[in-house]
Design a protein around this ligand. Structure first.
Ligand code: M6R
Length: 625
């Protein structure tokens, strides 16, 4: 069983494609879904209206592009169909939870992208009314709701069902009772109708699945429902009021669409961070109640509050997030904490302690060393918690409980948005446990939560400086060595900045706690060694010490790129370049400071002509030793 997670999340992480016309729907759906795999790929499924006007469907866990053989055996034939490639949010990625979902009689089938927040209440109500559920998903309630309200008019039944639903959806729906109809609906999750010609349409969560058939699209707005038949199209709102919409011409080519206009997935993912951090906070940082709620660990709060210490285990970027976790847990929650490289821990003769809470942190949930460490801890009889992005991944299945990141698929090999989501989750865990351990007064909690909810907008302010950072990259891309310095919460930020640069640009870069410089690395400094210094936290005692380190570099002709807090004018006289970030509470500074470091690494790598999304020798999930 995979671990529980906070149900109040939203997600737009699946790809949906549907077709109505005169052609065989299945190949169109398969090709369309292949174009959307970058959105989610843990399972997939199809439903097609056959010539006897019954619905045939096929669904399966796994990646669609790795299942070509199975696809040819599906035996789905018909000219109306729906399909989905899933990125799980509710229920693990197995066959039953894959889309399409059907009603009790298998007469209505639908695919969904989004999250139904009130699904538990609706499910209980529907069960009382005799509906039988098959899956653990939130989506299935919609099929049963439509069945419940189906009085011979599918469009009206859909409108009624959706008026009862809270949350987000992009939907494709077919029904045996109206075999010549395809219905789409949208709220919070994108949905577009591709107009091939009058009476032939492709409905998709993303124009990438449409563009090979037509460039003419109608983007649905929230609250709109479209009824597509071989006679034409009819758009209404949920109150059945007709809506007039104009078709638009798609301007982008396919590759641009998949990357939503960005040149690389990495850049797209860097720019998604205001949203992904928001996803990691929503329904968790309850500002009006001045508290943090993390559904995934709610049954374990007594245990977590009373442990003697915490150990974080991870690799790579996730290990850097763990290091920040150590600072956060010690500073905010007063819990002695340690961080281990999972690759070291798994072979260490280390006593497993049942009074320790072990946290494994992983974007993919499949990293071999992290997984083996988790198994070793479990064998030792202790509890392990996960902080993971990929729903239903191996780590989530083997941990006792955990918190999901809900950052959506991270395609670029260099981890960016997963890192900031990990730090966001760790921050919230630290606040939650700090309160329970009596380490924080309500005023302090308020100022921390206030600062946290402002982070997405502040990240956007930094992203708005992208052009400036690109120019900086032009100036520095020829150097072959970089040093990154930071202290306290931002020592791991320096490590992460250095890792980003080295893995995508192949420039040698090292991160150091700033004060360690004088114990060795200072010997390297000259005009050929740019030094990136994270120098925010001006009110912290450490700041003056970082300034001293800057002076030391300057005295040796080093070029200094400083990350500093807005308003800090005096730093300009000390350094070669300054990138300003907005002011925030000290514990959150890594979330802001890492953004310019990600952008700097990205632009330097692009200028050097590197394959940013697939750097040499690296894999996205290191599932072998
Ligand atoms: O999926 P995980 O978070 O467990 O992956 C851990 C590392 O392999 C990963 O962070 C790696 O270091 C990235 N390439 C960093 O950008």
């Amino acid at each position: 069983m995979h671990f529980a997670f906070d149900r109040a999340e939203r997600g737009n992480m699946c790809g949906i494609v549907a077709y109505i016309g005169k052609k065989d729907a299945t190949p169109i759906l398969i090709n369309g879904l292949k174009r959307l795999l970058y959105r989610g790929y843990d399972s997939f499924g199809f439903a097609v209206m056959n010539e006897k006007n019954n619905i045939d469907y096929f669904k399966k866990p796994g990646r669609l592009d790795e299942e070509e053989k199975n696809l040819s055996k599906m035996g789905l034939e018909g000219a109306t169909g729906i399909s989905q490639s899933r990125w799980a949010t509710h229920g693990e990625p197995n066959q039953v939870n894959a889309h399409p979902h059907v009603d009790c009689r298998e007469e209505i089938a639908l695919v969904h992208n989004g999250i139904i927040e009130n699904y538990a209440t609706l499910k209980a109500w529907l069960k009382e009314h005799g509906h039988k559920f098959r899956s653990d998903t939130d989506t299935e309630v919609i099929a049963h709701l439509i069945e419940e309200h189906n009085n011979g008019d599918l469009l009206k039944a859909v409108q009624k069902a959706l008026s009862l639903v809270e949350g987000t959806y992009g939907l494709g729906i077919i029904s045996k009772h109206e075999p010549n109809t395809l219905i789409g609906a949208r709220k919070g999750s994108p949905l577009a109708v591709g107009v091939v010609k009058n009476g032939e349409y492709i409905l998709a969560s993303d124009p990438a699945a449409i563009i090979e058939h037509t460039k003419k699209v109608i983007y649905l707005d929230d609250g709109e429902v479209v009824k597509l038949t071989r006679k034409g199209m009819h758009i209404t709102n949920l109150e059945n009021k007709k809506v007039q919409k104009q078709a638009q011409e798609i301007q982008w080519d396919l590759e641009q669409i998949e990357k939503t206009g960005f040149d690389h997935f990495m850049l797209k993912e860097i720019f998604e961070q205001p949203q992904t951090i928001e996803n990691a906070i929503r329904g968790r940082a309850l500002i009006n109640e001045n508290r943090i709620q993390l559904g995934g660990v709610s049954d374990w709060l007594d245990f977590l509050t009373n442990v003697d210490r915490v150990v974080f285990l991870a690799c790579g970027t996730s290990w850097h997030a763990g290091l920040i976790g150590e600072y956060l847990f010690e500073h905010i929650a007063g819990i002695p904490s340690e961080v281990e490289y999972a690759s070291e821990f798994r072979y260490k003769s280390v006593p497993i302690d049942t009074r320790t809470a072990y946290f494994v942190i992983s974007q993919s949930g499949e990293t071999a060393d992290t997984l083996e460490s988790l198994r070793k801890i479990k064998q030792g009889g202790a509890k392990v918690f996960g902080i993971v992005n990929v729903v239903g991944s191996s780590i989530t299945r083997e941990t006792d409980a955990g918190v999901y990141l809900h950052a959506g698929p991270e395609i670029g090999v260099a981890s960016t948005k997963a890192f900031t989501s990990q730090v966001t989750v760790l921050s919230q865990l630290a606040i939650l446990l700090g309160v329970r351990r009596g380490k924080a007064v309500p005023k302090e909690v308020r100022s921390r939560i206030d600062a946290l909810v402002k982070i997405p907008l502040q990240v956007q302010e930094i992203l708005d400086q992208n052009e400036k950072i690109k120019q900086l990259a032009q100036k520095y891309y020829k150097f072959n060595n970089f040093l990154y310095l930071g202290r306290g919460f931002n020592f791991p930020t320096a490590l992460e900045g250095a890792l980003k640069l080295k893995e995508i640009s192949y420039i040698h870069a090292e991160g150091y706690p700033a004060a360690e410089m004088k114990h060795g690395p200072i010997a390297l400094i000259d005009e050929n060694m740019p030094v990136v210094v994270v120098a925010t936290d001006t009110e912290d005692v450490i700041y003056q010490k970082v300034v001293s380190n800057i002076e030391e570099v300057k005295a040796r002709s080093g070029n200094i790129i400083a990350i500093a807090t807005e308003g800090n004018e005096s730093i300009k006289d000390l350094v070669t370049e300054v990138i300003y970030v907005p002011k925030t509470n000290g514990y959150l500074t890594p979330l802001l400071n890492v953004i310019p470091l990600q952008l700097l690494a990205y632009h330097i790598a692009v200028i050097r002509g590197c394959d940013v999304d697939k750097p040499r020798n690296l894999a996205k999930a290191v599932s072998v030793e």
